[in-house]
Ligand binder design. Sequence first.
Ligand code: PEP
Length: 256
Amino acid sequence: MRKPLMAGNWKMNFNHLEAIHLVQKLAFTFTDDDYNTVDIAVLPPFTSIRSVETLIHGDGLKLQFGSQDISAFESGAYTGEISGVMLAKLGCHYSVVGHSERRLFHGETNEIVSKKARAALSHSITPIICVGESLEVREAGNHVSYTLDQVEKSLEGLSAENVAAIVIAYEPVWAIGTGKVATAQDAEEVASGIRKWISNRFTTKIGEQTRILYGGSVKASNIAEIMAGPNVDGALIGGASLDPDEFVAICRFRLH
Ligand code: PEP
């Protein structure tokens, strides 16, 4: 069975001291029961990863962590970029690739996203590959085909074994940071479409292994309903992950 993953995307929030403070609060609250039932990850800005890593490893916490982006390149003259080798050295479990904010504000195409996903995998970092449609596409009723096209192109060059190990986050752009949540049925419709596509393209077994998350205005009050979808294996959480009580409550969705 797929273990659910709750990943907090902090976006461009918190300096390294604030990051330590938040991780300490989470560490005080989460118990082995939480970690046994759900993989819990924080995704701080690059400048806080080292501090978060020191705390997590120093205290032997079972909290996972990762980055919000990764370079498609290994090393060299790429000013401002952070490579997979650097992130792997810090012990990152995950790298988000192709978040809609990066697709929108930094011109990341599906081709770049697939390169970044391969860069992560080559350093044993799990890419969290984000896909999802705009409001325009949703209103035209093309959300499933649009998202599957993004999945196909973003997974270009990945082996079946790679696909079993990745995480895909379905994040309808119109639901990110807007307070508009896709219904549990909306999330399940696209998640099941993605799983079927993977099963057809690779094998049913691979399709059963890939974790598919939902992201977009997830809160403690709506997570249980979203998680009821059999193909939804967790969530990528933005705003609500900045509040420790809210994030803990999301991770404890089974208790709602
Ligand atoms: C995100 O940043 O991936 C996200 C889903 O944000 P929010 O939860 O704030 O909508």
